[in-house]
Every structure is written in structure tokens, then in C-alpha cells.
Write a protein that binds this ligand. Structure first.
Ligand SMILES: C[S@@+](CC[C@H](N)C(=O)[O-])C[C@H]1O[C@@H](n2cnc3c(N)ncnc32)[C@H](O)[C@@H]1O
Length: 366
């Protein structure tokens, strides 16, 4: 399959996106649908508690499409691609604690201004001696120019941003470069069920709607493989519908889903042997069980057999100390990572598509 031709990013798309997030949207109240809000029921208590601390001025400018708070965060170095007003950065700053650090990168001055205004406010509220958050102006296709060095980041998050970038390959390559071995990209974005037509791709309103730039979900798998990531593991998915008749006409039969994936970067030549692994229940907020992805759930003190790929992911990542890992005695493994259709995951999660757009209000776009 041809994947993401490396055509140069046209500056007008970037400018449109900057104008949209910097000038058109004032608060997330401008959003017309609930597609970009994360259902409160999905939030674990420790995450909810951290979110509650975030300043209202930051929260009202939240435009993400999912929850990008992975597990096992204490002391981690985190990078947020397209950090916006900084809601996820501040929540993660609280969760990584004083020994961790969060860097947000964004290209839009107005978003950065809001984020920067509350650095000291959150430092004081969290009771930290020094702030553990910083926001940097830059393009996520070129993190080097934003000062992010090779192999320095434990976890990259991104919330509804990569769809807005024309050159997704560049974004994922940069993410791979800056991650440490064992690090992961844990992100939420919009995907399509097909390669989109030129008509959809060149539609300004649909671009602002985070629809035109949606990657065909299969392309995510081929891109991830090409760059060197492990097979993407889907965490959750929710169908997104385009409801406005004039936009629906352009979109035709194309379907969209917002999904969270985790992509690990492992050291080259890592050993991949099936194993029996047992979760110790020590990860904050996941004392009884840890849902690693849509298919794999670890229950405290209950050993399960996993394949060589998942064994390698656990063994080489920050999760290593949270599991007892033994050679597997038997053959059957818990669900194997595969390139699973996120639309099926959305359906199996009981979501038949109640959301009526992606992350931008249809009427406000362009
Ligand atoms: C949908 S908003 C999401 C913001 C934030 N992640 C949140 O959840 O509120 C998209 C953000 O990505 C930023 N952005 C889009 N393309 C970018 C790029 N190529 N480089 C850096 N930032 C970008 C925009 O400026 C905007 O702040």
C-alpha cells in the first residue's frame, strides 16, 4: 500500500491550523459535539484527581479527542506533541512527580501563551520546588529544531494532533528518534476506514474538523513498521460521525474513528520468547488490574502466558519491574497483537457512533 507520500508540508495548511486553534476557537465551549471530550467514567481516580487541579483557563481550551494518560508514570520524562493549552501536560506533570519532567511542543503562539501563563500556578499547587513542565514553540515534524535530543524521552503523548500534520511519516520518525529504547508513543488520533479521496483531503472545513488529515488505520500499521516501532496496540476506539449534510456529502461512505494506540520502541535484536508473566499490583491507580490494551488485561498475582512480542515490550520498558517473568510452561497465549480494525474495537466496546464530529466544531471551521 502506498503510504503517506513525502510531499512537502504546505505552509497554508499549517497557517490554517494555527489560525484555527489560535484565533477561531476561544474555548472548548465552541465545540459543537462531545467527540473531543473524554468520558469521565473512563478516568481512574488518580487521573481524575490530577485533572481537577488544572486551571480553568487551561481546561476550557482543551481540544483533544481522547485520554492520553498511560500507566507507570513516576519519574518519567514525557513529551507532548501538539500540547495546546497544556491540559495533558499539567495533569502528567502532577503524575510524574518532582522527579519527572514534561515538555509540550506546539506551533501556535496563542496556545503556548495560555500554557505558559500557568506554569508557576501549577508548580505552587503541586507543591513542587521547581516546575517540572516547559512549553516549547516548534513543529512536531522537526523536533530537532525544537531542541529535543535523540533517545531522551520515556513517553511521548499526543492528543488529536497528528491528523493535522501533512507529513505523518516525519512526525513518527521524529518520535522514534527522541524516544529512549523501551519508550513508548501513547496517543489519541482520528483514523479513516480507507485512503481518502483528494476531494476530502483538500476540503478546508474537513481539514479543520480533523477529518481530511485522518490516516487510514492500515497506514498507521505500515508506517509504524517501516519506522521501527512494535506493532501498534490499540487501547480504545470510538466512532466519529460527520453529521452536517454539506460535509457528509463530501465524506460520502468514508468512516472515521478516534482511537488510542501505544507504540513501543524496543532495542534492536531484542529476545522475543513467550513467557508466563504475573503483575505485582504496584502501579499507582492499578492495584488490582492493569488493562494494557484493548485485549490484554493483567490481574494482580494471576500469571498469564504472553507471546514473545509482549514479553519483549514488558522486559524492555518501564513496566519491567512491575512483573514477575518466567519461561512459559504451556503453549496458549493471551491475545496476540495484530493489525486489528479499530472500527471493530469501537463496535465491540459498545460504541455504535454517537459522536457527531471529530475534534473541531463543524460550524466554526474555515
Ligand atoms: C486539536 S488541538 C489539540 C491540543 C491539545 N493536544 C489538547 O488536547 O488540547 C491541536 C494542537 O496541535 C497543534 N499543532 C497542529 N499541528 C502542529 C504541528 N505540525 N506542530 C506543532 N503543533 C501543531 C495546534 O497548534 C493545536 O494546539
Amino acid at each position: 500500500m502506498s503510504c503517506c507520500p513525502a510531499e512537502p508540508v504546505k505552509s497554508d495548511i499549517r497557517q490554517d491550523v494555527k489560525d484555527y486553534y489560535g484565533k477561531r476557537l476561544k474555548t472548548s465551549d465552541d465545540l459543537q459535539t462531545s467527540a473531543c471530550t473524554t468520558p469521565a467514567t473512563r478516568l481512574k481516580k488518580h487521573v481524575r484527581d490530577a485533572m481537577k487541579l488544572i486551571h480553568d483557563d487551561v481546561v476550557i481550551k482543551y481540544y483533544g479527542c481522547g485520554l492520553v494518560v498511560p500507566e507507570c508514570l513516576e519519574g518519567m520524562s514525557i513529551l507532548d506533541l501538539g500540547s495546546g493549552s497544556g491540559r495533558d501536560c499539567y495533569a502528567l506533570a502532577k503524575l510524574v512527580g518532582e522527579n519527572g519532567f514534561v515538555t509540550g511542543v506546539d506551533m501556535t503562539d496563542e496556545q503556548l501563551d495560555t500554557a505558559n501563563e500557568y506554569v508557576e500556578y501549577h508548580r505552587e499547587l503541586f507543591g513542587f520546588k521547581e516546575s517540572n513542565v516547559k512549553f516549547v514553540k516548534g513543529y512536531i515534524e522537526d523536533l530537532k529544531s525544537a531542541g529535543i535530543r535523540d533517545s531522551t524521552i520515556d513517553i511521548i503523548i499526543s492528543n488529536c494532533v497528528i491528523n493535522l500534520c501533512k507529513d505523518k511519516r516525519a512526525v513518527l520518525k521524529e518520535a522514534f528518534r527522541v524516544l529512549k529504547n523501551g519508550g513508548e508513543l501513547y496517543f489519541s488520533d482520528i483514523y479513516s476506514d480507507r485512503v481518502l479521496s483528494d476531494e476530502i483531503k483538500s476540503h478546508k472545513v474537513l481539514w479543520g474538523e480533523c477529518i481530511s488529515g485522518a490516516l487510514h488505520w492500515k497506514e498507521l500499521f505500515s508506517l509504524a513498521k517501516e519506522i521501527g516501532f512494535e506493532l501498534p496496540r490499540i487501547v480504545s476506539a470510538k466512532v466519529v460521525e460527520v453529521t452536517k449534510p454539506e460535509l457528509k456529502e463530501v465524506v460520502g461512505d468514508a468512516k472515521f474513528v478516534s482511537a488510542e494506540y501505544r507504540l513501543f520502541k524496543l532495542p534492536p535484536g531484542v529476545k522475543r520468547e513467550k513467557s508466563e508473566i504475573m503483575y505485582n499490583g504496584d502501579v499507582t491507580g492499578y492495584e488490582d488490574e492493569l488493562q494494557f490494551d484493548h485485549f490484554v488485561k493483567f490481574t494482580k498475582d494471576k500469571p498469564i502466558v504472553v507471546d514473545g512480542d509482549l514479553t519483549a515490550v514488558i522486559n524492555c520498558s518501564r513496566f519491567q519491574g512491575e512483573f514477575e517473568i518466567k519461561k512459559a510452561k504451556c503453549c496458549s497465549v493471551a491475545a496476540k497483537a495484530e493489525d486489528i480494525d479499530p472500527f471493530l474495537v469501537a463496535l465491540s466496546s459498545g460504541d455504535s457512533g454517537s459522536s457527531s464530529a471529530s475534534c473541531c466544531p463543524e460550524s466554526k471551521c474555515c
